[in-house]
Write a protein that binds this ligand. Structure first.
Ligand code: GTP
Ligand code: MG
Length: 584
């Protein structure tokens, strides 16, 4: 394999108008990373509009060019030095920045925090400092910009440095360097400034190369959140992005939160030359496994010995930017890697004004731009890590209605609790029983089986729903034949066990139906289920949960309505024959 060039991702933050875009434009210009003619174009347009030239405008030109290629986040720009490649993220709006940072879209490894020397430290300089600390970004340079406006004064520079250090050190942010520059005039950007001979350190570009890259996402425990499961000829391909760690063909893996173990059978590939037996962090891959389970988006694949935390209750530091306050008891959506679950705020432990850093006493809600320590409760179990251990799987966003309204990082799991908030013991292992399925089947002289009756929607719905009629009659006939049989009616489920989820959540509806049917089958029961043939994929998943050998699919259409009794006979024959022959 070629030796890949190293890439470092840097975010540029700071108060509005302090020169973030100018600094980036200048870096692109000085490293000759701009598209052909960009400078001339910006000069011409500025002149036509009677406005002064701005380096910040270069970013627009650059973005347009980049969009022609593969779609990348428009605020991410690239340049390189002799040492490595850089992705540099402009954080124009305060809100946009937070959204991107917290959602991981701007997964920066280092930061440049820009302060206007003339205006001094402003509210957003502080807020951004706070966010860097919250996100655990330790590699920070403070760039004191617009030094030309204060006559390149060493004294004023030192004052800013002292003041800002006092604030940041309180937050455990210790900038590695303070660099005085004039981004616009190119002072101290690529070569030492003649106007600031008192500054002994490196100019910006040289300093960037001194950021040390954190080693090894691939050396962390394997985290492979499932994005989707595709059915491809007879294979079920589990697809997703490996967030951290490595995965090899043959590895024993754990699928959480369901606690299922299996082995990696193959790593799939599109073109022959991509064929491989090992994949690692950062790669989007598809795999097949030796045991087929009902896997779905949101589940986590890890190695057995290094599992993620799994809970429905966890502590988090959260940044709120929603229009309405974040309050306890309200339903929100939590997104964490590929998981999406309903959640609520279980407790608000501390609320902090991010610019003054003052604690807001006895706060009952988190207001826009506040930072808070909270405990979050999710409806289902979620898999994650503490942010300090794994940034990719330790951060989340909260969606209020349709808006990403906040985000945060996880500082620890609380004990798993049930819906009432009461801790549940983690013992999930099956008990060794003295009565087995075979014992039950032998006594009752029948085989446990799911008869899954399906057909087009017309056959299911309406008053004369033929599928329902068939199911009812079949149940009666089998009962009269002294079989232990039960028709598990959809309405019974949606009104009972599944009354907490929408009817349209067919995926989960079917999963629950199938899990119950599976228990019935284990009990030796002939279980009749009906479903709308449209949810083919869901039915396929049900078949996996129940097991192919215990699953008899009966497809009917409206024509059966004319002679339901005949169909009942047919199905009974199938079932009875199935009892005698093992190859049903
Ligand atoms: P937002 O994206 O709006 O938050 O602003 P920004 O931080 O990207 O600032 P931008 O780069 O757009 O610069 C704001 C203004 O400051 C522009 O008019 C720049 O020309 C000017 N400016 C930037 N750097 C310098 C500098 O070193 N010296 C002087 N005198 N002006 C500068
Ligand atoms: Mg800007």
């Amino acid at each position: 394999m070629d030796k890949l060039r190293e890439t470092l991702k840097i975010v540029v933050v700071g108060h509005v108008d302090h020169g973030k875009s100018t600094l980036i434009g200048r870096l692109l210009y000085d490293t000759k990373s701009l598209p052909e003619g960009a400078i001339e174009k910006v000069k011409r347009i500025s002149k036509e509009k009677g406005k002064p030239f701005e380096y910040a405008y270069l970013l627009d030109a650059f973005e347009e060019e980049q969009k022609q290629g593969i779609t990348i986040d428009t605020t991410q720009l690239q340049f390189f030095t002799g040492k490595r490649d850089y992705i540099i993220i402009d954080a124009p709006g305060h809100k946009e920045f937070l959204k991107n940072m917290i959602s991981g879209a701007a997964n920066a490894e280092a930061a440049l925090l820009i302060v206007d020397a003339h205006e001094g430290i402003q509210e957003q300089s502080k807020r951004h400092g706070y966010i860097l600390s919250l996100l655990g970004i330790q590699k920070v340079y403070v760039i004191v910009n617009k030094m030309d406006l204060i006559g390149y004064s060493e004294e004023k520079f030192n004052q800013i440095k002292a003041d800002f250090n006092q604030f940041l050190n309180n937050l455990q942010v210790y900038p590695l360097k303070y660099i005085p520059v004039s981004a616009f005039l190119g002072e101290n950007m690529t070569v030492p400034s003649e106007n600031m001979p008192w500054y002994q350190g490196e100019p910006v570009l040289e300093a960037l190369d001194l950021f040390e890259k954190e080693k090894g996402l691939e050396d962390k425990p394997l985290r492979f959140p499932i994005q989707d499961v595709y059915k491809f000829d007879d294979r079920r391909i589990i697809a997703g992005r490996i967030e951290t760690g490595k995965l090899n063909v043959g590895d024993e893996i754990l699928i959480s939160p369901g606690n299922k173990t299996t082995r990696v059978k193959t790593i799939e590939y599109w073109v022959k030359q991509d064929k491989t037996a090992a994949v690692r962090a950062g790669m989007s891959v598809g795999i097949t496994v030796t045991d087929e389970f009902f896997n779905k988006r949101g589940e986590f694949i890890s190695h057995v010995q290094d599992r993620p935390l799994t809970s429905n209750l966890f502590k988090a530091n959260l940044f709120w930017m929603g229009r309405s306050d974040l309050v306890k008891g309200k339903k929100y959506k939590l997104k964490l890697t590929t998981q999406e679950v309903e959640c609520e705020i279980f407790s608000i432990d501390k609320v902090i004004d991010a610019s003054s850093l003052e604690t807001i006493e006895a706060a009952r809600a988190v207001k826009i731009n506040d930072v808070a320590e909270v405990v979050i409760k999710t409806k289902q179990l979620v898999c994650f890590d503490e942010f300090k251990d794994n940034q990719n799987t330790g951060r989340f966003v909260i969606v209020d209605g349709y808006d990403v309204s906040g985000g945060g990082i996880i500082s620890g799991a609380e004990e798993v609790s049930n819906a009432a908030g009461i801790a549940v013991t983690g013992n999930n292992s099956k008990a060794e029983k003295l009565v087995t399925r075979a014992d039950r089947e032998n006594r009752d002289n029948q085989k446990g089986l799911v008869v899954w009756i399906t057909g087009p929607a017309e056959a299911v719905n309406g008053e004369s729903a033929v599928i329902n009629t068939l199911a009812v009659k079949l149940e009666k006939e089998l009962f009269d034949l002294r079989k232990r049989v039960y028709y598990l009616d959809n309405a019974q489920l949606t009104n009972g066990v599944s009354s907490d989820i929408a009817i349209t959540d067919t995926d989960e509806q079917t999963r629950r139906k199938a899990e119950i049917a599976k228990l019935f089958v284990d009990n030796g029961l002939i279980t009749i289920i009906t479903s709308d043939g449209q949810a083919k994929e869901d039915q396929e998943n049900a078949r996996l949960i129940i097991g192919r050998d215990d699953f008899l699919e009966i497809v009917v259409d409206e024509t059966v309505a004319a002679n339901v009794d005949k169909k009942v006979e047919e199905v009974i024959n199938l079932i009875i024959c199935g009892l005698d022959s093992s190859n049903l």
